[in-house]
Design a binder for this molecule. Structure first.
Ligand code: P1T
Length: 383
């Protein structure tokens, strides 16, 4: 029955059976560090919360269902999940990574893990460049699609097929689409990773990460590392994510509706140079977006006419859009990637990617869209 359920039903019911002992419809928060054993080694499947926790187990069941995966692992942040995955690869592995990824991912790979592995950053929207890199038989190809912040879209199906041919593990960071709009595993990817801090939780009150896969060997290796290294999510945070996830389908529809309207409005605004949104026909990979995503999400990037001075003024003048890092919450956020989320990417690389001083990123929330447009309009008037 579970597998036949549609997304919104799974989001509410997977991992969500009423509590066996009391009938409580909402899962208890097992706020415990340890579990009593009846005899040494004799327990009910739970020994210590770093290893397992029943609230976290429920969340993992839910997430596995949403990404149509056999296994899901929940961690204390998106980056800690990625760190475990990097540790699971043999020392000296070659990893091909998309050139436009979240600044924190770039920093993690180029500082913390550059001592362990060999990273090559390429434009994964260029299939010829991808094939050339795969021919060198790296261990892994890491895609972020759509990318943060330029919203570039890579063809997951084609790249996964190529990766299989060369026996390379394919990973997709699906944070921007959430499992509601894109399911990389069903497009052929081996592993999908999310920052749950964003759309999955959706209420800007939790930091968390997760990984879903059908590859038992890789899942087991990552779980052993989590147990050995310790970045497990707290029971309360897992409970909050379980609570947030229930409205994921509704929220994503609302984010998208607002974002599409705002993107179209920005495109015609005289103070805006250009707009990037996967749902606009002007997006360079619009066709691939339509093919592999069932929606376009709530993230928009745009270039305002001017430079840093104009960007700063605009960002200081918005009232409803909060000037803050992060994304995917019900409330609208705005930020300056070059100074904020992508400051750890060297300036020359930012320039190459197009992360200029007049680039603004929006995480469009689910407020009334007219109010959001009015806020942007008022701030644009000030520059
Ligand atoms: O923040 P954390 O939960 O550790 O997740 C990191 C991460 C991973 N992948 C993507 C695509 C992300 O966007 C992020 C975090 N991003 C932001 C904080 C941001 O404002 O872009």
């Amino acid at each position: 029955m579970k597998n036949e359920m549609k997304f919104a039903t799974k989001a509410i019911h997977s991992g969500g059976e009423p509590d066996k002992e009391t009938g409580a419809i909402m899962p208890p928060i097992f706020q415990t560090s340890t579990y009593v054993q009846s005899s040494p080694g004799k327990h009910k499947g739970y020994e210590y919360t770093r290893s397992h926790n029943p609230t976290r187990t429920r969340l993992e069941e839910n997430l596995a269902a949403l990404e149509q995966a056999k296994y899901a692992l929940v961690t204390a942040s998106g980056l800690s999940c990625m760190s475990l995955m990097m540790h699971a690869l043999p020392k000296g592995s070659k990893i091909i990574c998309g050139d436009d990824v979240y600044g924190g991912t770039y920093r993690l790979f180029t500082t913390v893990f550059s001592h362990l592995h060999d990273f090559e950053f390429i434009d994964t929207t260029d299939l010829k460049a991808v094939e050339k890199a795969l021919k060198e038989k790296p261990k892994m190809i890491w895609l972020e699609t759509p990318t943060n912040p330029m919203l570039k879209i890579s063809d997951i199906k084609k790249i996964s097929e190529m990766a299989k041919k060369y026996k390379v593990m394919s990973v997709v960071d699906n944070t921007f689409m959430s499992p509601y709009f894109q399911n990389p595993l069903s497009l052929g990817a081996d592993v999908v990773v999310h920052s749950m801090t964003k759309y999955i939780n959706g209420h800007s009150d939790v930091v968390g990460g997760c990984m879903m896969t059908n590859n038992k060997k890789f899942y087991d290796a990552v779980w052993v590392l989590q147990n050995s290294m310790g970045p497990s999510q707290s029971p309360f945070d897992s409970w909050l994510v379980l609570r947030g996830i229930k409205t994921l389908a509704l929220r994503m529809e609302a984010h998208q509706k607002n974002a599409l309207k705002i993107a179209k409005w920005l495109e015609t605004h005289p103070k805006i140079d250009s707009v990037v949104y996967p749902g606009l026909k002007s997006h360079p990979q619009f066709k691939i977006a339509k093919k592999q995503m069932s929606g376009f999400g709530g993230m928009i990037t745009f270039f305002i006419k001017g430079g840093l001075k104009e960007s700063k003024k605009f960002l200081e003048k918005v009232k409803l859009f909060a000037l803050a890092e992060s994304l995917g919450g019900v409330e609208s956020l705005i930020e300056h990637p070059a100074i904020m989320t992508h400051a750890s990417v060297p300036k020359e690389i930012r320039t190459e990617l197009g992360i200029h001083d007049n680039l603004i990123r929006l995480s469009v929330g689910i407020e009334d869209c007219d109010d959001l447009i009015q806020d942007l309009e008022a701030a644009l008037k000030k520059i």
